[in-house]
Design a protein around this ligand. Structure first.
Ligand SMILES: CCCCC/C=C\C/C=C\CCCCCCCC(=O)SCCNC(=O)CCNC(=O)[C@H](O)C(C)(C)COP(=O)(O)OP(=O)(O)OC[C@H]1O[C@@H](n2cnc3c(N)ncnc32)[C@H](O)[C@@H]1OP(=O)(O)O
Ligand SMILES: CCCCCCCCCCCCCCCCCC(=O)OC[C@@H](O)COP(=O)(O)O
Length: 377
């Protein structure tokens, strides 16, 4: 094992990365809170400031993926669509099979310069996750309770608010609504059967209402849907803990650009269109499993240095006072101060471990574990 590999797998390195993430995140949350009066004076300026602040947090996780773990991300796409990426608003439809699929999404956002401003239709529970969830509040992320009766009004309203957003953004939609597990797959295929739809092998049956409401409310705001299919080489199932421990993965993402005009306006037709899209996605995954690649040329969006620079900035800013504190602590010799500091560190580590747990599939929700009744509306 080389020195670098030892460093990457050492517990102290993980503690330092988490310490920087935790404290810089809380500082960013505080700064975001301080922008509240600015919203009254200039909403657009407040939004721009919040995008920059959010970038400071999200890009740290991207830096850990790209620079610390060395994970590679390849993009398969039509070279004619490539120049448009990052230069237009888009709805991204992504499969939800992996614990770090959102992080790979963030990496592509970073490479196309839309990381700070990008949005997602996220489950409400994530709004309460410290740092990330609190940060999303100021980014106008759209939250849903996965209860259509309640979501139909709130989600539509939140989407309408994005119509005058001053930055280019990608809006991520996991139409499957939850992460893939064999049990959820089995149940959703029973639903597919009862609706007379073909079975999917690699995806859950997509929930169509969120997609329809997003397309309807963002017409005129977004130019296209980016149909994105993600998989990892060597059948790997990457985890955030693996990334933190410096494990390298290789992600392959296949993106097809579909102009928004091609998506039907009528709800039933739009639902049928989405089901067909997922049947195509399933065939792309089959192609990947059989051949190890997606059916499109590879183009390589360059890795930018900003995520690393941001990470080094926060590390220098926060590790210096930590060093001073440690020296003072040891030289003070006070048992009470030492015990209090150790308790604080343990609480911080447990908090980060809990946050990492939010990304773990085996700690996921029970949504989709049983068939939900059909909506009347
Ligand atoms: C590559 C580039 C990437 C770019 C990345 C860009 C940005 C990144 C930014 C941030 C990244 C952060 C990542 C955070 C990730 C967090 C993601 C989540 O939280 S996912 C969970 C939340 N999102 C969703 O759920 C979206 C999809 N869901 C929907 O659209 C739903 O319709 C809904 C609007 C949420 C409403 O849900 P509800 O359950 O109330 O209603 P439904 O209409 O869905 O359900 C009834 C309907 O479904 C049928 N049914 C019943 N059981 C099942 C089943 N098991 N499977 C499938 N379908 C089922 C039932 O028969 C009804 O059918 P019908 O509609 O015909 O009546
Ligand atoms: C710099 C790196 C430091 C690493 C340490 C800090 C780690 C902090 C991690 C916080 C991450 C919080 C973002 C959570 C995003 C989780 C995305 C996700 O996958 O959500 C699941 C939902 O879609 C569906 O939920 P389920 O119904 O499957 O249940």
């Amino acid at each position: 094992m080389s020195l670098l590999e030892r460093l990457k797998s050492h517990f102290l390195s993980h503690l330092i990365i988490c310490y920087v993430f935790l404290f810089s995140g809380l500082i960013v949350n505080l700064l975001q809170f301080c922008t509240l009066p600015l919203w009254l004076v200039s909403k657009q300026l407040a939004r721009k400031v919040n995008c920059r602040l959010a970038y400071c947090v999200s890009s740290q996780m991207v830096a850990v993926l790209e620079w610390w773990s060395g994970t590679e991300c390849s993009l398969y796409t039509d070279p004619k669509s490539y120049p448009l990426y990052g230069n237009e608003n888009a709805i991204v439809v992504l499969n939800h099979n992996f614990e770090i699929d959102f992080l790979c999404g963030w990496t592509f956002c970073e490479r196309f310069g839309v990381l700070g401003s990008s949005k997602v239709l996220a489950k409400k529970e994530l709004a309460y996750v410290p740092i990330i969830g609190w940060m999303w509040y100021f980014l106008e992320i759209v939250f849903c309770k996965r209860k259509w009766e309640e979501d139909r009004k709130t989600v539509a309203q939140s989407l309408q608010n994005l119509q005058d957003y001053p930055e280019k953004f990608w809006f991520l939609l996991y139409c499957e609504g939850t992460r893939f597990t064999p049990q959820k797959h089995e149940i959703s295929m029973q639903v597919a059967e009862s609706k007379g739809l073909p079975k999917l092998k690699y995806h859950l049956l997509p929930r169509t209402k969120g997609f329809w409401i997003t397309v309807q409310n963002l017409r005129g705001t977004v130019a296209a849907v980016y149909d994105s299919t993600l998989n990892f080489r060597n059948n790997e199932m990457p985890t955030l803990l693996g990334i933190l421990k410096g494990k390298k993965y290789h992600a392959d993402l296949y993106v097809r650009r579909i102009p928004l005009e091609l998506i039907p306006e009528d709800e039933a037709e739009c639902a049928a269109w989405l089901h067909k899209l997922y049947q195509e996605k399933d065939s792309f995954q089959e192609h990947y499993i059989q051949t190890g690649c997606f059916p499109s040329p590879i183009v390589s969006p360059p890795c930018r240095p900003w995520a690393l620079i941001n990470w080094l900035f926060w590390s220098c800013l926060l590790l210096y006072p930590l060093g001073l504190l440690l020296v003072q602590l040891i030289s003070s010799g006070s048992m009470l101060t030492i015990v209090a500091s150790v308790t604080l560190c343990t609480a911080g580590s447990l908090a980060v471990r809990w946050m990492i747990g939010q990304t773990e599939i085996n700690k996921g929700s029970s949504y989709g574990n049983k068939e939900t009744p059909r909506n009347k509306n």
